[in-house]
Design a protein around this ligand. Structure first.
Ligand SMILES: Cc1cc2nc3c(=O)[nH]c(=O)nc-3n(C[C@H](O)[C@H](O)[C@H](O)COP(=O)(O)OP(=O)(O)OC[C@H]3O[C@@H](n4cnc5c(N)ncnc54)[C@H](O)[C@@H]3O)c2cc1C
Length: 462
């Protein structure tokens, strides 16, 4: 079937950021602050993506803890967000956390998670983007590209205005799914090489009136941060029928208010409309089943109530572009040296098996360097010259997703893409692959981003 669309409107920008999750936010603010006429297009009514619409209110991968002190591993906008949120107590005070008894994260190693207020984050992202001069277009879905050879001329997006053609000098794909790269004909893979299966999705549920102290006491008494023993007992009795055998409930930044990041939705395909729809419907059903079990068998939840589930299902994995350079797991394990590092991650290899979500195939593996270092080349698609990709869909072997897919490094990659877009020579047809790496790295350092593990920055006690 062929259908030709009418274009109702045209827009023209220097930098067009596609997708407004934390990665897209960081890319757009960085490009706009560098003086570029920047548009950010987002299908939801706010920025933040998984972090806000998906209700995952926990920033990981951007901090480290060494000898009693916290350090930023992602600087720039990550650092700004932390301090802005702290001003009104809208995120946890990292120094206030008891690392051995934290209701915000049951493992000491996860205590570097910055738990934030969802509404505050949306408001701060809006304010920072508007202040930087980013033009925002919400409720707008990008569904097509128009090319001249290996260059995108314009993308086509649908909203209440009908179809708009949006021209750009450069495009930054922050859809999380490499939608633009795929539409433009770049190579990609999806999920595991052998069967294309992806790590399970999660529709987050928030609960109020949880007895957090009771929960902490249970965990301490049973030495069971994720309730595995109790869950196995419930499974034996036919009560717990979920694919996952752990339970993750984290206190957000108001008393008794918990984020249950527990259900694991095996088989959901984040780039299939029907699968996403079923994922939402089944996710709400599964969360209600989980809640009923919690109320009956976990005393800390007996008086709790469901507040809501996410506006969008949390997708951890879909497409990864296959660029000319692909970052390999072995390179991380062996500590390969790259000269084009643009962001770091302090997070671990957390990428559950597609069918058995309690299983972490790379559990216990450690990389040679302290942080996962992300080379600029991973963001370059193999064909399109004026397109760069940032976020979890970059050119890496699947296992590398574990540390790089979380919010800290996503913000770091977004800033690198935004800065690259602003220093790319303006002559027609120049390619992101021709960027001067030293210039990019020094201009990132100039805006406080961290591209060198030796230059992590101490977190102030505020
Ligand atoms: C359930 C779950 C739990 C997680 N837990 C944590 C955690 O505790 N801490 C942590 O740091 N990380 C966590 N992660 C990972 C992390 O949340 C994400 O990988 C990260 O937030 C990704 O940010 P992003 O901006 O790259 O992508 P997204 O947040 O997915 O943003 C992409 C944006 O693009 C928009 N978009 C997509 N396609 C289009 C299109 N065609 N047109 C217009 N707009 C489009 C989307 O609406 C979305 O807003 C978790 C992820 C999941 C799914």
């Amino acid at each position: 079937m062929k259908h030709t669309l009418d274009i109702n409107k045209e827009l023209n920008y220097e930098v067009v950021v596609c997708g407004g999750g934390l990665t897209g936010f960081a890319a757009a603010v960085t490009a706009a602050r560098s003086g570029k006429r920047t548009l950010l297009i987002e299908k939801n009514g706010c920025m933040g993506g998984v972090a806000t619409s998906g209700m995952v209110c926990s920033l990981l991968g951007g901090m480290d803890y060494i000898d009693g002190k916290y350090y930023f591993v992602t600087g720039g906008l990550f650092k700004e967000l932390y301090y802005d949120l702290r001003k009104n107590n809208e995120c946890v005070n990292i120094y206030g956390i008891n690392r051995n008894r934290s209701p915000h994260a049951w493992y000491p190693g996860l205590a570097e998670a910055i738990i934030f207020d969802n509404e505050a984050m949306k408001r701060i992202l809006d304010a920072k983007a508007v202040e930087a001069g980013v033009h925002l277009l919400y409720f707008t879905y990008i569904h097509d590209v128009s090319m001249s050879a290996d260059t995108i001329d314009y993308i086509v997006a649908a909203n209440k205005d009908g179809n708009t053609a949006i021209k750009g000098r450069v495009f930054i794909d922050c859809t999380g799914d490499a939608d633009i790269a795929a539409m433009a004909g770049n190579s990609y893979s999806k999920g595991r090489d052998e069967d294309n299966l992806m790590t399970p999705a999660t529709l987050i549920m928030n609960l109020e009136n949880v007895d957090t102290e009771n929960l902490l006491e249970y965990i301490e008494k049973n030495n069971s941060p994720r309730f595995r023993g109790k869950i196995l007992e419930l499974r034996e009795k036919g009560i717990w029928n979920f694919d996952i055998e752990i339970f993750i409930s984290m206190l957000l930044n108001r008393p008794g208010y918990h984020m249950a990041n527990t259900i694991r939705q095996v088989g959901v395909d984040g780039i299939d409309a029907n699968s996403l729809t079923m994922g939402m419907i089944e996710g709400r059903i599964d969360n209600k089943k989980l809640y009923d079990i919690l109320v009956e068998y976990f005393p800390a939840y007996s008086n709790s109530k469901i507040v809501n589930t996410g506006e969008t299902i949390g997708i951890r994995e879909t497409r990864r572009i296959k660029g000319k350079f692909v970052l390999k797991l072995s390179e991380l394990l062996e500590g390969a040296n790259f000269n084009d590092i643009i962001a770091l991650s302090s997070y671990c290899f957390d990428l559950p098996d597609p069918r058995k979500p309690s299983l972490q195939p790379l559990e216990g593996k450690s990389i040679k360097n302290r942080y996962t270092e992300i080379p600029f080349r991973t963001m370059l698609p193999d064909k399109t010259k004026n397109l760069i990709v940032a976020g979890r869909s970059i050119s890496v072997e699947r296992e590398v997703l574990g540390p790089i897919r979380v919010m800290g490094p996503c913000i770091g990659m977004g800033q690198a893409a935004g800065k690259a877009a602003s220093i790319l020579p303006i002559e027609n047809n120049s390619s992101f692959s021709e960027i001067n790496i030293e210039e990019l790295k020094s201009s990132l350092e100039h805006i406080n981003c961290i591209v060198d593990a030796a230059k992590i920055q101490e977190v102030l006690k505020i």
